[in-house]
Design a protein around this ligand. Sequence first.
Ligand code: ZN
Length: 137
Amino acid sequence: MENTYLKPLPVPDPDSEPFWQGCKRHRLLLRRCTDCGRLRYPPGPVCAHCGSRAGEWREASGRGRVYSWIVVRHPVPQEVFAAEVPYVVALIELEEGVRLASNLVGCPPEAVAADMPVAVTFEDVSETISLPKFRPA
Ligand SMILES: [Zn+2]
């Protein structure tokens, strides 16, 4: 794939690399603490609940609900985003209980509602990065 994607791309670090590798394979992975069992998102080296460094990666269902959202209607300073207004930036609460900030796609901004069921979909934007986005389920 030629890299023609002009928007900023995530830069995986050692803590988030497995998450982005999962996205590349169109799998949504979450870091789970193997000491207290709670999920860590965004992935970091230490569990915010118990301080443990132990953890494992588990695939999430990819299903969730719209927790909150905004509709971007004004062109922002970066030209590459201006062509896409209006678009939706949403906080998605996954079935597993963690919240991800993402875009809601495949749905007019006017149709977005609180608690709307959504499912993950992946946008392949470069050779190494696929972005997790959400669509109505
Ligand atoms: Zn823990």
